[in-house]
Design a protein around this ligand. Structure first.
Ligand code: NAD
Length: 468
């Protein structure tokens, strides 16, 4: 029976979207949409595209990037809805923000700045040249965001790319890849500059990474894919897991800190790798922070038995992260532990725990935010360093004390360090700077952009072109 509260137009829209996504993301005999069944065919097509890219001017590449932005922009809502529908994770309204972000703030060809030296001996250029074919492995948590962001950066840099997306987000990711491929082609670029694997199994991904014609591997995901990329025998850019702490001291604007932490930790149901995953607060301001977090909408769980039940949901009996609950709404957790949720939006659940609690130690990607109170600032900051587990990813601090901010920033060595704002300011939402969804901590490229996907080459002209 149809649910009368569910409008028929919505059902028709969903079915049509799903069918279109299936059609776009299906491998075709001629590879028209860039989706290939065999790794060999995908790499061969991308290799030809990479060769052809060399004949294109920078203006041509800029036109390809502009076309990708326009196409992605026209599909923002569809991407957001499809991703939530296919993966069951995240929030449509936040995925719309994330997709808009990559359209607007992913750098293009302007990112490729030439360095030059001129003098008595002539002119030397240091140019950013393409690698050729890139194998890009993408996650389920930001599926279209990563495909669009990587495509823009990699094509701007003059490469071709073969994507192997997460199987749980296959349909959505392949749709984005197929649309990016079409946009490049329609802007006058190669036929197959953006390719993808129709069946991105682990075996296929490993075959792709190790293929002789792949020059660069760019892996975005957890520890498994980082290890696989680093063992591929290729130059690898690895964007791995995080467990970002948010430290709050007693000089902070506590009301603002509470709002920012709740906003950052509940963004897309805590899926982003940069999202606050635990709060470490000085004891003398802890109650006021928690009061203000509740004021910002967070639901406080006090009963230790309920916290234990939440642990049983978040982890499987053998202690692994329970994928069934990753990126789910906070209300799902409340219902599943037998609490009727309030009749309002619940961005996240908060609970006080000890430092060794699994919610503090593990990267959950769930809207469950543990809070640890600590008496002394040095211990609080050292605990933050410990629970970040040397991921070198992201950390947040709310403080007006420059010594504290400097100590933690230096000690924790994260790629992103956000002061007095929500974590997402670190990728350009309400913070300065460009965006990316591939933050390469382990291999040190940091926030990736077109220039990351280039080889630096020196071109020397002797005894000429110095006109000073
Ligand atoms: P995941 O690690 O399960 O999968 C990511 C990709 O790697 C998928 O395409 C998957 O098929 C592939 N993969 C996984 N193990 C592999 C292996 N052994 N060999 C070859 N391929 C393998 O990650 P997910 O759940 O989709 O995404 C969440 C994780 O990714 C979190 O840990 C998050 O912190 C991290 N992440 C990091 C960044 C970043 O920029 N640093 C961005 C997004 C997500």
């Amino acid at each position: 029976m149809l649910d009368p509260s569910f409008p028929i137009e919505e059902i028709v829209r969903r079915v049509l979207t799903r069918l279109r996504a299936q059609e776009m993301a299906a491998p075709s005999a001629d590879g028209e949409n860039g989706i290939f069944t065999r790794v060999e065919d995908a790499v061969a097509a991308a290799r030809e595209a990479a060769k052809e890219m060399l004949k294109h001017s920078m203006a041509d590449r800029a036109a390809m990037v502009a076309a990708m932005r326009r196409t992605a922009e026209a599909h923002i809502k569809e991407f957001a809805r499809l991703a939530v529908e296919e993966t069951g994770m995240g929030r449509v309204e936040d995925k719309i923000i994330k997709n808009r972000l990559v359209v607007d703030k992913t750098p293009g060809v302007e990112d490729l700045a030439t360095e030059a030296w001129s003098g008595d001996d002539g002119l030397t250029l240091l140019e950013m040249s393409p690698f050729g074919v890139i194998a890009a492995i993408t996650p389920s948590t930001n599926p279209t965001e990563t495909v669009v962001c990587n495509s823009i950066g990699m094509i701007a840099a003059g490469n071709a790319v073969v994507f192997s997306p997460h199987p749980a987000a296959k349909r959505t990711s392949l749709l984005a890849a197929a649309l990016m491929n079409r946009a490049v082609r329609e802007a006058g670029g190669p036929r197959y500059a953006v390719c993808a694997l129709a069946e991105p199994t682990l075996e296929a991904t490993n075959e792709l990474m190790r293929h002789k014609d792949v020059s660069l591997v760019c892996a975005t995901g957890g520890p498994g894919v980082v290890k696989a990329a680093l063992s591929s025998g290729k130059k690898a850019i690895a964007a791995g897991a995080g467990n970002p702490p948010a430290v709050v001291d007693d000089t902070a604007d506590i009301e603002a800190a509470a709002r920012h932490i709740v906003a950052g930790a509940s963004f897309d149901n805590n899926l982003p790798c940069i999202a606050e995953k635990e709060v470490i607060v000085l004891s003398n301001v802890a109650d006021y922070l928690i009061f203000n977090m509740e004021k910002a909408g967070a639901y406080r769980v006090k009963d230790p038995r309920v916290i234990d039940r939440l642990v049983k949901l978040a982890f499987t009996p053998d202690g692994k992260l329970n994928r069934k609950y990753v990126g789910r709404d906070a209300k799902v957790f409340l219902r599943d532990v037998g609490i009727e949720p309030p009749d309002r939006d619940v961005p996240c659940l908060i609970m006080e725990v000890e430092p060794d609690h699994p919610f503090v130690q593990e990267e959950l990607m769930m809207p469950l935010l543990p809070i640890v109170r600590i008496d002394k600032i040095k211990e609080a900051m050292d605990l933050a360093v410990e629970v970040e587990h040397a991921n070198r990813h992201t950390a947040v601090m709310h403080s007006k004390n420059i010594d504290h901010l400097t100590y933690l920033a230096k000690a924790i060595k994260t790629t992103i360090f956000v002061k007095n704002g929500p974590s997402y300011a670190g990728i350009g939402v309400g913070g300065e700077g460009f965006t990316t969804f591939t933050i390469a901590g382990p291999t040190g490229e940091g926030l990736t952009s077109a220039r990351t996907f280039t080889r630096k080459r020196r071109c020397v002209l002797v005894d000429a072109f110095s006109i000073r």
